[in-house]
Structure formats: C-alpha cells, structure tokens
Design a protein around this ligand. Structure first.
Ligand code: FAD
Length: 448
C-alpha cells in the first residue's frame, strides 16, 4: 500500500504537468487550487458561463421535464428556489477556507445563493477565475500516446489540445434516474424529474405523487403541499408505521412504492391505496454520465458504479493521468473534494506514491467483493455515509494532512439524528449548539 512516510522532494524536483480539469463546480475549483499549489499548470473547462456548478440557480427548466431525451436543452442546475442546505455550514466548507456565517445570509443552513457566493469568494481568494475557460464544453477526452487529447467547443469553435493529465469534475446531478412504473405508457398525467422542479406554483390545485425519500423529496413535497390539492409521497423505504397522513398537514400522505398506474389516471400503491393524480414527480436521483470520456473501456458505468476506480479516484490501468473528483454520495462533499484533489495533485507531482496498477486493481476487487457479500447493490458503490470519515482520514494521511476535525464528525452525526427527529424544522432547531464554538475556534486559524 502507498505510504506517506518518505520525505517529500523539494518543489524544484517535483514533476509539473499540464492538467485539464473538466468542470468548475466546487470539485473543479478546489482541484484547480490544489493542482496549482503543487506546481502544475491548470486549465479548467466549464461549459456554462458561470462557475459554481450545482449552486448556480437556473430558473429555466429543460425541454424534456423528465430528462430522458438525450438531445434536450440542459439546465445548469437542479436547484429549486426554496433550497436551503441540508448540512450546517460549519461542516460544509473546505478545510482551510471555512464557510463561516456571513452578513449576507448568516443562517446555519443558508439558502443556495449563499453557497454560490462562498464558492465565488473561494475562487477569487485563490485567483482561480483566471484558470477557468467559461462557456467551453469538453466534447472528448481520449488517450493519445500516453497523454490526453482534449477536444473542447466554445461557441462555434472547436479546439484540440494535449494534456499530461485529466481530472474529471463534471458533477453527477444532471442525468436523471427515473422510477420504472408498470402501466406508465398509458397513464395520461404529466411526469417530471426533481431536476426540473423550481417552484410550487405550477402545481397549484393539482394532485401530485412524489417518488423518493431523499432530502429533495422531503423539501419538495412540503413546498408543493403548500399549494397543491393533495401531495402523496411514495417511498421504497417507508415503514408501516409511517404510512398515512403526514402529521401537521391535511393534504399530504405517505405511501409505500407505486405498484402500477392506469389509463384513467389512477396511481395504485403497494399498500393497496390509490389516488387519481395529475402529476408524478420523480425525486429518484441521478446517473453518473461521462459522455466526453473515451477510455477504450478502461472505465465504465455499470448500474451507477463508476469503475474500476481505486479509492473512487484513480482507474488502476490509467492512473495517475486520469482521475475523478466528487463521485461520492451521502458525504460532506467539499472537504472530501479537497482531500481527493490534494491526493491527485501530490501523486501527479511524484510527491505521493501510488501502489502498482495490479495492487490497486486487487484492492478494488476486494472492495467490490465486500460490497457484494454485504448485499450492497452496485449502484451504492460510491455511497459512503458513516464510512466517509474513515475514507477521508485515509486520504488525509496519504497527503500528510491532519484527520477530520472531531467537531465536524460530531456535528454531521448530530444533524443526521436531528433530521430524523425534526424533519420539518431541523434547519432551524437543533441540540448541537455546544459544538458550533469548537468549529469557530478552528476557523479562527484561517479567518483574518
Ligand atoms: P457540480 O456542482 O455539478 O459541477 C460540475 C460542473 O461541471 C458544472 O459546472 C458543469 O457545467 C460542468 N460540466 C459538466 N460537463 C462538462 C463538460 N463536458 N465540459 C465542461 N464543463 C462541464 N452539498 C452540500 O455540501 N450541502 C448541501 O446542502 C447540498 N445540497 C444539495 C441539494 C441538491 C438539490 C443537489 C443536487 C446537490 C446538493 N449538494 C449539497 C451536493 C452538491 O452537488 C455538491 O455540494 C457540489 O456542489 C458538487 O460539486 P461538483 O463540482 O462535483 O459538481
């Protein structure tokens, strides 16, 4: 296994590479910072005209509301207008650039605009904007003579360039996953995916069935219940005790999963209940998608497993020149992006060693076998949840950084519990107030 016990070569002896970063969301921005800190030359490609990725609210929706048509017009982001973060801000920020309370929106769980401002501040603070080519979509990344040919398009112009390494940071919230529903071909209602939900107004007076139990499903169902005639939430993970009317609402119900839908508009649930609905809103998550990436089959997406990838970052046969930042699910994303980026930057410069390709492949195989034996479906390969700190501490040790701060772990777990106990109000009421000053004591090291 790789260790970090050797003495780092001085900057002058490190290899400085030309690196292409695809995407200027949180992952691409921090990757650019870490790569440049390590001495590499960096170009960040961003197809939109603003940096910030997911956090740029786009009131436009896509031409195909369910997101199945590959030629649909694509919106920049999946955010809805009312979105507030589902993690408290102390935990969310990069490790050395805290997301501390601001005068713009001082709430612990701020609105989406505040996160975008934070990312803009981050980009300005570290001079990253000059590295980003806005309005430039990467159309192809393919191997050529041991390097990567990157084909990009800006307006009508195409450009081919050669890079030593490519870091993929294109996000994974733009390709909707849709629930398979028996009878849907003849069901007369309207279907949309949460990616195209912005405000509740279009659902006024309607009967809406939402599928899912994620944070988005919880938020959107509450948003919609404020104006709709009825909101019905169908969830695979529902328990018998929670089926029925949602406390505090006279027009919202929880059901088990949809069993089938019928030509007269009826939606039948597995618990035997049925409603005649106008809309089915899929809050069913997303698929990984790398339409530009040509690895000759070295990296594939199989039932939402991107692989094989050593530690969710390096494909063993193409490491270290190809890497991925930000594939993880159910984590605190920004600090993990930061550590993955530090690792990539250090490996590319030769400061941090990787195991051999065979050793990495063996490690991946053991990991996949463990998931299999635990009955975890492939599609949850990148979902870390409570294991995220073990993972991030491993990355930190590879990079020679301190492990995750104790307060960050404790606040994360306290928030998870609070969300279960107070699903309606967890963003405004909590029991972990005593942990917040510990975070701010740490922040004092970084905030002037
Ligand atoms: P993105 O932000 O998606 O950025 C990817 C970028 O790549 C985009 O700008 C895109 O335009 C660009 N791109 C894609 N393809 C190409 C191409 N071919 N060429 C050039 N550019 C390309 N995280 C939290 O920490 N707290 C929260 O409360 C929270 N809430 C969320 C709520 C919702 C509804 C969603 C969808 C996500 C939420 N997240 C939250 C997770 C959030 O996605 C991450 O915080 C983070 O923003 C992901 O960053 P990213 O850089 O990986 O991806």
């Amino acid at each position: 296994m790789a260790t970090n016990t050797f003495t780092a070569p001085p900057m002058s002896l490190r290899t400085a590479l030309n690196v292409a970063v695809i995407g200027a969301g949180a992952a691409g921005l921090v990757a650019a910072r870490e790569l440049r800190r390590e001495g590499h030359s960096v170009v960040v490609f961003e197809r939109e005209n603003r940096l910030g990725g997911t956090w740029v609210y786009d009131p436009k929706t896509e031409s195909d509301p369910i997101g199945l048509d590959p030629s649909r017009t694509v919106a920049q982001s999946s955010l809805y207008a009312s979105l507030r973060t589902n993690l408290p801000r102390e935990t969310m920020g990069f490790r050395d650039y805290p997301f501390a309370a601001s005068t713009r929106d001082p709430r612990r769980f701020p609105g989406h605009g505040e996160v975008l401002e934070y990312l803009n501040d981050f980009a300005n603070e570290f001079g990253l904007t000059e590295l980003v080519r806005l309005g430039t979509e990467v159309k192809r990344v393919g191997l050529e003579g041991g390097k990567w040919r990157v084909r990009s398009r800006c307006g009508e112009d195409f450009l081919d360039e050669i890079y030593d390494a490519a870091v993929v940071c294109n996000g994974h919230y733009s390709e909707p996953r849709i629930a398979e529903i028996p009878g849907i071909e003849t069901w007369p209602g309207h279907q949309i995916h949460s990616r195209n939900y912005r405000t509740p107004e279009p659902f006024r007076g309607q009967v809406v069935v939402l599928i899912g139990s994620s944070s988005s499903a919880v938020d959107i169902s509450r948003d919609i219940a404020g104006v709709a005639k009825e909101a019905h939430v169908a969830s695979r993970s529902v328990t018998d005790g929670t089926i029925g009317k949602v406390p505090g609402y006279n027009n919202m119900w929880i059901h088990s999963m949809i069993e089938r839908v019928c030509g007269d508009g009826t939606v039948v649930f597995q618990d035997g209940s049925a409603v005649c609905a106008d809309v089915i809103l899929h809050c069913t998550g997303y698929k990984y998608n790398f339409p530009f990436l040509d690895t000759n089959g070295a990296v594939t997406v199989d039932d939402n497993r991107v692989g094989p990838l050593y530690k969710h970052v390096f494909p063993p046969t193409l490491a270290p020149s190809l890497s991925f930042v930000g594939l993880l699910l159910k984590v605190i994303p920004f600090p993990l992006f930061e550590l993955q980026s530090k690792w990539i930057a250090g490996v590319l410069s030769g400061r941090i060693a990787l195991p051999s390709s065979d050793e990495m492949m063996a490690n991946v195989e053991v990991f996949y076998r463990t998931l299999d034996e635990s009955g975890i479906p492939k599609r949850y390969t990148h979902q870390l949840a409570e294991y995220q700190f073990e993972y991030s501490d491993w990355l930190a040790s590879e990079c020679g950084c301190p492990p995750s701060e104790e307060w960050r772990k404790q606040i994360y777990f306290a928030t998870g519990k609070n969300r279960k106990v107070r699903p309606e109000t967890y963003r405004d009421e909590w029991d972990d107030e005593h942990l917040v000053p510990r975070a701010y004591e740490d922040f004092a090291k970084y905030c002037s």
